[in-house]
Design a protein around this ligand. Structure first.
Ligand code: ATP
Ligand code: MG
Length: 267
């Protein structure tokens, strides 16, 4: 891939509703705030959550006054023509990768050829996971009696396949895979312990690292329509009360961005 200079972050999980689009948007704005130039691609363009999130931000009347940053964003909706879709994604990707320091790709919560192709571009794969055994099931099959991991399951296999696709294109097959525990709460300590143990087992077998993710906070839901992220709430914005919980949330986000390690990249 000539001219590629961007670091590619794919946000993916075959399970719906785990926080992929929310994490994508927060990553994009965090990287922009660090002064990186960022391209973003929405492969889940039928649902288009990330696209609408960004458009909501773009449409704010106070956008300039608040100094809200925006990525160069492209949605790649699937049509009935697989070959044409893949060619289009490849074209968009090549354009973005040549122009930006980082490219963030949001993917659908289901297995789809465009999602597979998108995954194959990842230097870093971020998989948000709700803290529940139901969500764990797409990564590894758990034996109910012993609470042991029997084997990796379909999403882990898909990630493996996409590494093979990279190798076949002559690229480095190494992907830094990060599983991010999203919507953490202290409500169920037993479940939390089980998840920790199972994820630790699975991470060794499948090859990912686990990072503490974002806590459960209602504010994530209200920010979508406003086109805002936690990072924007430093300033006084109508309708959003400043609270200590936002400070904690921003810290969680910083930890996430730091663990991807993009700031340390040479530009
Ligand atoms: N840490 C969190 N605390 C509270 N709510 C959250 C958190 N993360 C995400 N949500 C909410 O959960 C819902 C699903 O999030 P999001 O759309 O980001 O998930 P997704 O994985 O992209 O879903 P899909 O698979 O449908 O694309 C949204 O309403 C979002 O606001
Ligand atoms: Mg989504």
């Amino acid at each position: 891939m000539t001219g590629k200079r961007a670091h590619i972050v794919v946000v993916g999980n075959e399970k719906g509703g785990t926080g992929k689009s929310t994490v994508s948007m927060h990553l994009i704005i965090s990287l922009l705030e660090q002064g990186l130039s960022v391209g973003s691609i929405d492969i889940d363009a039928r649902q288009a959550t990330l696209t609408r999130y960004i458009r909501n931000r773009e449409a704010r009347k106070d956008r300039d006054a608040l100094g809200l940053t925006l990525p160069e964003h492209v949605a790649v909706p699937p049509t009935a023509d697989r070959a044409a879709d893949e060619a289009r994604l490849q074209e968009v990707f090549t354009h973005m990768a040549a122009r930006h320091d980082a490219v963030v790709i949001d993917t659908p919560g289901s297995d789809h050829y465009l999602s597979r192709l998108g995954h194959s571009y990842a230097d870093t794969l971020v998989t948000p996971l709700n803290d529940s055994l139901v969500d764990l099931d797409v990564l590894g099959l758990v034996e109910p009696g012993s609470m042991k991991i029997l084997r990796p399951s379909h999403y882990a296999e898909m990630v493996w396949d996409t590494k093979k696709a990279r190798a076949m294109r002559g690229e480095k097959a190494v992907v830094d895979w990060i599983v991010l525990r999203n919507r953490l709460s202290n409500l169920d300590a037993r479940n939390k312990r089980d998840m920790e143990k199972l994820l630790a087992d699975l991470s060794k077998r499948v090859g990912f690292r686990v990072i503490p993710g974002l806590g459960e906070r209602v504010i994530y839901r209200s920010m979508f329509l406003e086109g805002l992220t936690l990072l924007d709430l430093r300033q006084k914005i109508m309708g959003f009360e400043f609270s200590m919980s936002h400070v904690t949330a921003r810290q969680e986000l910083r930890t996430l961005v730091d663990s991807i390690g993009l700031t340390k990249l040479e530009r």
